[in-house]
Design a protein around this ligand. Structure first.
Ligand code: PLP
Length: 376
């Protein structure tokens, strides 16, 4: 029996998403730009998905653009806003713990003459809005802060930062990577204060290859790709209607159950933490206020990859704790205060509401056996 705890990496598509894909590939397979009925059917599927995502986000349907995923959404948001608003103001402020899609876009914008200021958490791994806000000045064109960190579930004070920055200077454009928060923790565009929000379908039980960008009405972006008129000319190219419809269907199915799923996942996480507390040599990064969907731990003395592959033999699937690229850590856990040996042995356990108490028991048993059987 499978025990899947890698939901921050990707999720299993839900039945509603699968049904939407089937309907779009078997019946509504037209090009949404075609003028005949087949085209209109496809367009209808897409617009329905737009409404479902907008309803979940609490915004207008016309404020949602479809993309291939959050990486593309973030590229369009940040590069598009920098091009539209960054002629005079050249400063961009970001959190230092962003996903590579923000971090690498910043590296690119730096080569275009922008000054990037990356704000780390304090020495205890806590983010203070004030540390961010003290960087805001008349040169600031853009601010980007994620809602929930993908490596340890930490919630960043995005709402406070965006709203205070906007109050100070309404011309500053604010972007939020909400990939790990959307449909998991309560969020609404109205209260978040972000002009731009990146979302990904495959993290919320839809499929890989569809994402969305919320663009607050009135915010201007320059396109990153050039071509036809689709998605207001900001994302030209024929839309992947099956993947978009699946994203909409998943959002429609998940939105009414955010609270229930949050409670269930919190209980599972708590049961896991209680079990881990009985073991020796485990560091539990139980960050106050974190999303219950992600827990980062270290099994001290055991390299992450070795444990990951050990558990895989029992059909238990987790991630190494630091988003590694070619063996190098992303540096995020270190910024949150982890020591190098803790990073080498870090494991990320990420839940979904389909997980059960049996899954948690299997994981705890697997970790205990790993400590007994694996070489230190
Ligand atoms: N942002 C965060 C916080 C993520 O966790 C991920 C996926 O790992 C992404 C962005 C990228 O999403 P996508 O795979 O849809 O490009």
């Amino acid at each position: 029996m499978e025990h899947y705890f890698d939901n921050a990496a990707t999720t299993k598509p839900c039945a509603e998403a699968a049904a939407a894909v089937m309907s779009c590939i078997s019946t509504h397979y037209g090009n949404p730009s075609s003028l005949h009925r087949k085209g209109l059917e496809a367009q209808h599927e897409m617009e329905f998905a737009r409404q479902q995502i907008a309803a979940a986000l609490g915004c207008k349907a016309q404020e949602i653009l479809f993309t291939s995923g959050a990486t593309e959404s973030t590229n369009l948001a940040l590069r598009g806003a920098a091009a539209a608003y960054g002629r005079k103001r050249k400063k961009i402020i970001v959190s230092a713990v962003e996903h590579a899609s923000v971090k690498e876009t910043m590296a690119h914008l730096e080569t275009q003459g922008f000054q990037i200021v990356a704000v780390p958490p304090d020495k205890n791994g806590i983010y203070h809005a004030a540390d961010f806000l003290k960087e805001v000045d008349a040169e600031t064109c853009l601010i980007s802060m994620m809602l929930v960190n993908n490596e340890n579930g930490a919630r960043l004070p995005a709402e406070e930062v965006f709203r205070s920055a906007k109050r100070r200077d309404p011309e500053i454009i604010t972007h939020c990577d909400a990939v790990q928060g959307f449909l998991k923790v309560p969020m609404k565009t109205r209260t978040l204060g972000a002009d731009l929000i990146s979302l990904s379908g495959h993290k919320v039980h839809a499929l890989k290859g569809a994402g969305a960008l919320y663009v607050r009405q009135g915010v201007r972006l320059r396109p990153v790709l050039y071509g036809s008129h689709q998605e207001k000319g900001l994302r030209p190219g024929t839309e992947s209607v099956p993947l978009i419809a699946a994203f909409g269907a998943a959002a429609g199915a998940l939105f009414p159950t955010i609270e229930q799923r949050y409670q269930k996942v919190s209980q599972l996480r708590e049961a896991l933490i209680q079990g881990l507390q009985k073991m020796d040599g485990v560091i539990i990064r139980d960050i106050p206020g974190a999303s219950p969907y992600v827990l980062n731990i270290s099994l001290l003395g055991y390299r992450s990859e070795i444990v990951l592959h050990y558990l895989e033999q029992r059909e238990i699937y987790i991630s190494s704790g630091s988003a590694c690229s070619k063996g190098a850590s992303s540096g995020v856990l270190e910024l949150f205060g982890a020591k190098p040996e803790e990073v080498d042995s870090a494991l990320r356990i990420s839940f979904c509401a389909e997980n059960t108490e049996e899954d948690v028991a299997a994981l705890l048993q697997g970790l205990q056996d790993a400590q007994r059987e694996l070489m230190h």
